[in-house]
Design a protein around this ligand. Structure first.
Ligand SMILES: Cc1ncc(COP(=O)(O)O)c(CN[C@@H]2CONC2=O)c1O
Length: 474
């Protein structure tokens, strides 16, 4: 009998090419062990609330009222909800076309898109047009929509950093394009060299690939580096010279753990460069409510902002967005609250600042604890997590360990991470899931485990690693 539509052999080959290690072999094995009763510390995914982080109170109060507007008519509502939450709930309900159960415009509610534009203008000091801002179900959906718009076939290439967050490699595979790698330099604190970029583009073009766009992730995932203004100017000049669109993934812009390199948006740098570059380089910037001190991953709220994109292209993107009818409406309210936060004098302001500062300061301490913990271990070196929410230590595996991995049919860092998981319950993602230089191995963990548990986790890692190195050292 001929294979049926959804039999494996008759599936879209691009679907089969997709790899997404963040929820890959290690995660599946960890889930099995958890079912068998083993205590697992899921540090594989940047999912703060799953690791115990409490949601910010105010946004939840507002969205609760928006989800149950009948509460607003209850005479006792003021006993349970602060006046500014009640006011904000009415503010966002008025933006909807019939409450949270109604579809919104396919680009998102105009009122929230205006709040995003105002946020961008306050942050960067340059005007932003709400018509060029689309709200999406998490930044993931925005990234996929833009990549699917750019990629026509396998001769279209996208420059992606290595190590990279595998949403990019997965999406490029799914849409049948070509990933053109550019390597970040670990010894330069994961810096990038424009000469390497130029070389990568030249090699791709030599193979007949039309390199159309470049992805930057700033702050980096899994690498955690923050790009300086000078880096961004260099990258934008490079995109101008090589006629590349820039996709600026800035979902970790609130997650900054050092003072030397504060976050600066690609758009601010682009606007500051003046014409012709500021008028020519096409930029799409992405943001989300999943990260920062919000960590509202499950709400699925995000946006992308387009700069220097022709109106006809914007119309095409709108047309495709309309196929999915509406972005998640509750998440749009979370996005509005994130970009238009409480102000001094608001009743809930002090609590909001206390909660959000507390989260960021704790993440900063955990970033330092984790980096120092890894660097205290044998054959482990780790750059400091300047931003984002991951630690990406290099594990110098002895030849005998690499030999043992080969015998077990495993990639070396998968072998190491599986041993780590079995011994300690710490669930990580092997560096091979993000891409790395040949013969160099890493693992990625988040800096999200509770601060009070961090010393024990790092001690447990150190004990395992010492025993592992003892076993396999020459
Ligand atoms: C760089 C980057 N861009 C986009 C996203 C997607 O975010 P949304 O939730 O808005 O779709 C993530 C999520 N980070 C994944 C999820 O957790 N761990 C990770 O590496 C990310 O790390």
């Amino acid at each position: 009998m001929a294979p049926r539509a959804l039999d494996y052999e008759s599936l879209n080959e691009n679907v089969k090419k997709v790899q997404y290690a963040v929820r890959g072999e290690l995660y599946l094995r960890a889930s099995e062990l958890q079912k068998e009763g083993k205590k697992i510390i899921f540090t594989n995914v940047g999912n703060p609330h799953a690791l115990g982080q409490k949601p910010l109170t105010f946004p939840r109060q507002v969205v609760a009222l928006c989800q149950a507007p009948f509460l607003l008519d209850d005479p006792n509502v003021g006993l349970l909800f602060p006046a500014d939450a009640i006011a904000k709930a009415k503010h966002y309900l008025a933006m909807t076309t019939g409450g949270l159960g109604a579809y919104s415009d396919s680009r998102g509610m105009p009122g929230v898109r205006k709040e995003v534009a105002d946020f961008i203008e306050r942050r960067d000091g340059y005007p932003s047009d709400p018509e060029l801002i689309f709200l999406t179900d998490g930044a993931s959906k925005g990234v996929m929509q833009i990549l699917s718009t750019i990629i026509r076939g396998e001769s279209d290439g996208v420059l992606v950093p290595v190590p990279q967050y595998p949403l990019y490699s997965a999406a490029i595979s799914l849409f049948g394009g070509s990933l053109v790698p550019y390597y970040l330099e670990e010894t330069e604190n994961w810096g990038l060299d424009v000469n390497d970029l130029r070389q990568s583009v030249a090699q791709a073009r030599y193979k007949g690939i039309t390199v159309k766009a470049m992805v930057i992730i700033n702050p980096g995932n899994p690498t955690g580096q923050c790009l300086s203004e000078a880096n961004l100017r260099e990258i934008l000049r490079f995109c101008y010279q090589e006629n590349l669109a820039l996709l600026g993934d800035e979902v970790y812009q609130q997650n900054i753990y050092q003072d030397e390199r504060p976050f600066i948006s690609s758009r601010k740098v682009l606007m500051g460069m003046g014409p012709p570059i500021s008028k020519e380089v096409q930029l799409v910037s992405f943001h989300t409510v999943s990260k920062g001190y919000w960590g509202e991953c499950g709400q699925r709220g995000g946006y992308f902002e387009m700069t220097n994109i022709p109106p006809k292209t914007v119309d095409e993107i709108y047309k495709v967005a309309s196929v999915s009818l509406s972005p998640n409406v509750p998440a749009q309210i979370f996005m509005g609250l994130m970009v238009n936060p409480l102000k001094p004098g608001n009743i809930s302001y002090e609590q909001f600042i206390r909660e959000s500062k507390g989260i960021i300061e704790s993440l900063r301490r955990r970033a330092r604890m984790m980096t120092d913990g890894f660097n205290s271990c044998k054959n482990v070196i780790c750059n400091f997590t300047e931003g984002a929410m991951y630690s990406f230590p290099q594990i110098r595996l002895p030849p005998k360990a690499i030999e043992a991995a080969k015998k077990a049919g495993k990639v070396p860092d998968v072998f190491y991470c599986l041993k780590l998981l079995e011994a300690t319950g710490i669930s990580t993602v092997p560096g091979s899931g993000f891409g790395q230089k040949e013969g160099v191995f890493h693992l990625r963990t988040t800096i999200l485990p509770a601060e009070e548990e961090m010393p024990e986790i790092m001690a447990s890692f150190k004990k395992f690693n010492n025993e592992f190195m003892e076993q396999y050292d020459d």
